[in-house]
Write a protein that binds this ligand. Structure first.
Ligand code: C2E
Ligand code: MG
Ligand code: MG
Length: 628
């Protein structure tokens, strides 16, 4: 018989666990062990019962208890079911004489069970939660005191269970409502609220780690039409499908939200560079390439994507979303049917571009423009045969501006004609000066001509005027054109090129291999020189394909009786390869940087070698210093 003091010590132990965070399972496990220790029984278990469902055993003191529990739960019959249903304890002092549980008694006896005492897990006036089962392998009743003690323990266990169950329920509900308040019901993606939370976290992380972050704003094009044409249900299904495809490209740690109707936002952290973010933008558009099969329809979806990037050390805030949204609208305005990506940095550049354009208008008058000259050499011995005139622009605020940028800006307006004319005339004057200083060394002069400039009215006259005013022989002038110029306006282009040819000037195809690369024009157009783009020269040793291209171009040039100039030769190795592959002329930092007119003139006047020979074999930039 259980001592009052023993029972109270078990109860107080129990009470102590109540205020801990012990999982209910451990509490019940220790309870049944303690019960076995204090009552004259051999095993104990706890079964949970919910009306209409088979009982579930949730605790057992040992394997025999487990066996008996299992027996009751699989058969669905036994003392525990009765105790649960009646709400009162059930005592079976000898299973052999028991008649109430025909299904349970036989197999239980065979399993070695002799006596069972079951106590409902009572909870207020409501239905019981289950039963506490005490098992014994010998016959005989439990004393009255033991029965009371056992019911007390069962009541305590019930209180525990109830607590645990309601706690779990509340948690689940909280989780569910938290989840639904932070997620979009249609797609299950995080919503605007959660995005705000994640952004906040990203901001904290960025401050700590100085890592970058990017926000990409994705807006489906013409989604409204899908809704209008096919109905909202189709629209919804499409959104779910789009959400699925977009989720597929998420990296761990990235967040994809649906912020409203057809708008999705990616938040990506820990990017190496803006380039990474652009990569994600590309993958977004790639995900949309395949049509979506929605309810018997095959829908083609395009999106506009806006990107805002916060580099390392830049403040990450919800402003990124605003910026990405703005960029997205810009993309939409630009067409919207494509998957355009606009980086806000581009917008910034755009602003700066306006400023540069304004400044470029007055650059000639301001004396901000100059021309640098890069020698072109005979590959075999380094003899300087000519120079290429390269535009230089020193901006008062931003310093050196690449001619690529300047020409790009200038080409948007007639400004290019003015600048192009200035370069041509300046180069003509400079050459005339060199010739006065070193008359025995006439150099060819190559001048770049942009497409717009070539096709502008009176270009030929301009060229002719320059030749006349400087007394330059036409064959000394080489006009460099890019391939793209030649495909634009064939008829007109052909005429202009014909006119230039009849003046006697030579024409070079610049950056050969990077542009349109249709060889048909080589036969059709009056081209004299091919300049192999430096991209092919750069990796001529590492990339066998490039060597093959250079060889092919050199062979091709021979077939068309064209001269070949290799651009961008930087190293002795490249020089050797170029020479071996049969390019008779080359240009590049290996021989010389572009230099000022004065520096070149000085070189011409002071170098006794005749003709001027750059120190090819020594593999340095000669004695000439860079112009910029
Ligand atoms: P381009 O006509 O192909 O000019 C050669 C470019 O390669 C020059 O760049 C030159 O500095 C660079 N370069 C020369 N050797 C090497 C080398 O060994 N390695 C490397 N990496 N680069 C080398 P730059 O001066 O920046 O000019 C860039 C482009 O701008 C020119 O390419 C040309 O297309 C255009 N450009 C320059 N001046 C004018 C101009 O007066 N009018 C027009 N329309 N375009 C111009
Ligand atoms: Mg050029
Ligand atoms: Mg070039």
């Amino acid at each position: 018989m259980v001592e009052e003091s023993t029972l109270s010590s078990v109860l107080s132990d129990f009470a102590r666990t109540m205020v801990t965070d012990f999982p209910i399972q451990r509490i019940l496990d220790s309870l049944v062990e303690r019960i076995v220790a204090i009552l004259p029984i051999t095993a104990a278990g706890v079964t949970m019962i919910t009306k209409g469902q088979p009982p579930r055993f949730i605790a057992a003191s040992d394997s025999s208890a487990l066996r008996f529990e299992r027996l009751q739960t699989t058969i669905g019959d036994g003392p525990c079911v009765l105790a649960y249903e009646s709400g009162a304890s059930v005592a079976v002092a000898d299973l052999a004489t028991e008649t109430r549980f025909p299904d349970f008694a036989r197999p239980a006896l065979e399993a070695g069970l002799v006596a069972v005492f079951t106590f409902p897990l009572r909870h207020g006036n409501g239905p019981a939660l289950g039963a506490l089962d005490l098992y014994r392998q010998t016959a005989g009743p439990l004393s009255e005191t033991d029965m009371v003690a056992a019911q007390t323990l069962a009541d305590v266990a019930a209180a525990y269970l109830w607590n645990a169950i309601s706690r779990e329920k509340t948690e689940q509900m909280a989780v569910r409502s938290h989840h639904s308040s932070l997620h979009d019901a249609l797609t299950g993606l995080p919503n605007r609220l959660l995005l705000a939370e994640r952004l906040e976290r990203a901001a904290q992380r960025a401050r700590r780690t100085h890592r970058s972050a990017a926000v990409l704003f994705v807006d489906l094009d013409r989604f409204k039409q899908v809704n209008d044409h096919y109905g909202h249900h189709t629209g919804d299904q499409l959104l779910i499908a789009v959400a699925g495809r977009l989720s597929a490209i998420l990296r761990p740690g990235d967040t994809l939200c649906r912020v409203s109707g057809d708008e999705f936002v990616f938040l990506c952290e820990d990017l190496e560079s803006a380039h990474d973010a652009e990569g994600i933008a590309t993958r977004i558009t790639e995900q949309l390439v395949e049509p979506f099969d929605v309810l018997d329809l095959s829908l083609v979806v395009t999106a506009s994507v806006g990107l805002a990037y916060a580099g390392p050390g830049t403040e990450v805030s919800d402003q990124l979303v605003v910026d990405a949204d703005t960029a997205m609208y810009q993309a939409k305005r630009r067409g919207g049917d494509g998957h355009r990506v606009i980086d806000l940095r581009e917008a910034l550049r755009h602003n700066r571009r306006n400023e540069l354009e304004t400044d470029l208008r007055t650059a000639i008058a301001d004396g901000a423009l100059s021309v640098a000259y890069q020698p072109i050499v005979r590959t075999a011995d380094g003899t300087v045969t000519g120079v290429e005139a390269l535009l230089r622009w020193t901006h008062a605020r931003y310093g050196e501006i690449s001619p690529v940028v300047a020409v790009d800006i200038a080409e948007q307006s007639p400004l290019i004609n003015e600048i192009g004319q200035w370069v041509l005339e300046q180069a003509g004057r400079d050459r005339a000066q060199w010739l006065r200083d070193a008359p025995e060394r006439p150099l060819h002069l190559a001048v770049n001509v942009s497409g717009r400039q070539l096709l502008s009215n009176g270009f030929c006259v301009l060229v002719d005027d320059m030749l006349t005013s400087t007394g330059m022989s036409p064959e000394a002038l080489i006009l460099e054109l890019t391939e793209n110029v030649l495909i634009d306006d064939t008829e007109r282009t052909l005429n202009v090129l014909g006119d230039l040819r009849s003046l006697g000037v030579r024409l070079a195809l610049d950056d050969f291999g990077t542009g349109f690369s249709s060889l048909s024009y080589l036969a059709r157009l009056p081209i004299d020189i091919l300049k192999i783009d430096r991209a092919f020269v750069a990796d001529i040793d590492g990339n066998p394909g490039n060597a093959a291209i250079v060889t092919a171009v050199a062979d091709l040039a021979r077939a068309f009786k064209l001269e070949v100039i290799a651009e961008g030769v930087e190293t002795p190795v490249q020089h050797d390869r170029i020479a071996a592959l049969g390019c008779e002329s080359s240009q590049g930092f290996y021989y010389s940087w572009p230099v000022t007119a004065a520096a070149l003139g000085e070189q011409l006047a002071t170098t006794r070698t005749h003709p001027l020979r750059l120190p090819v074999q020594r593999g340095h930039h000669g004695s000439l210093t860079p112009s910029s």
